[in-house]
Ligand binder design. Sequence first.
Ligand SMILES: NC(=O)c1ccc[n+]([C@@H]2O[C@H](COP(=O)([O-])OP(=O)(O)OC[C@H]3O[C@@H](n4cnc5c(N)ncnc54)[C@H](OP(=O)(O)O)[C@@H]3O)[C@@H](O)[C@H]2O)c1
Length: 280
Amino acid sequence: MNVAITGPNGLIGSRVIKLLSDEITFIPLSHEDLDIAHKEDVENKLNDIEFDILLHLAAYTNVDNAELEQHKARAINVDGTRYLYDAVKQKGKKMIYISTDYVFDGVNPPFDEESVPNPIGYYGKTKYEGEQVLGNNAMIVRVSYPYHTDVILSGAKSQGKPDIVTRLSQLLKEGKTLPMVTDASITPTHIDDIAEGLNYLIHNFKPEIYHLVGSKSYSPFDVGTMIARYIGAPTDLIKPTTFEEYSKGKAPRPQYSETISKKNRFHKMQALGEVIEYKM
Ligand SMILES: NC(=O)c1ccc[n+]([C@@H]2O[C@H](COP(=O)([O-])OP(=O)(O)OC[C@H]3O[C@@H](n4cnc5c(N)ncnc54)[C@H](OP(=O)(O)O)[C@@H]3O)[C@@H](O)[C@H]2O)c1
């Protein structure tokens, strides 16, 4: 199986390649190789390579900056996805698009594959429009708060955007106090589970929506407390705050982002508490 992959050096892409390279031949399309926001580049590059599936992870992922750089976020997340999809369709190949729980509004959780998206921030809007570009002709895989734990204790440098667990543990190690929200929920997802779930979906392609998300949702306050315990930092560095207070000056985010899957019967997704061996 030959899988062309955009965003191969990002947080998720780098780990997916590392874990699945024994079974899948990846053709990495890094930002240096290809700017997905340029139609001609996309057409030329995809015409030059042979692949069975395009796994599309590249995105404008900065949620707050997306409000300020709307044109850029749209060019990458919507137009870029369209150019890739058109080129893939032209070649008669398949496409998997990685999307996000930020397509939901966080109002009536939980959100499963049949829930109706209603994004409230610009990043979520562009990711949802990216989904809509594909219609029913590609696979959409939504993930939520991807994290890994291997860099925390080893001190190794992670690739791509820093994940929530790495980011919080670095700040806690510096002795910083962290205001963490009590009246909200997030669904952290171990990236290794995303990779294994994708391994199944790549080999069992259907042009449908799937959620690959952790099996439990937590308040950010609980996540912070668990991570502090995990790395041996004082838990009183985690200070309770409200969603309203935390949200001031930031992009709108879904408040209760409990995301679940009704369709994943192929890979058991772990809860953050299981991964870091701390049960809330
Ligand atoms: N991280 C999260 O919290 C999260 C949550 C839910 C869903 N997702 C989705 O998961 C996917 C992967 O995200 P990630 O966390 O791995 O993000 P990431 O670490 O920010 O990686 C995104 C990659 O996209 C590349 N890229 C950006 N603009 C590009 C362009 N114009 N042309 C080609 N490549 C471009 C970036 O390359 P450069 O760095 O060189 O620009 C980067 O390597 C994204 O689709 C994202 O929407 C992420």
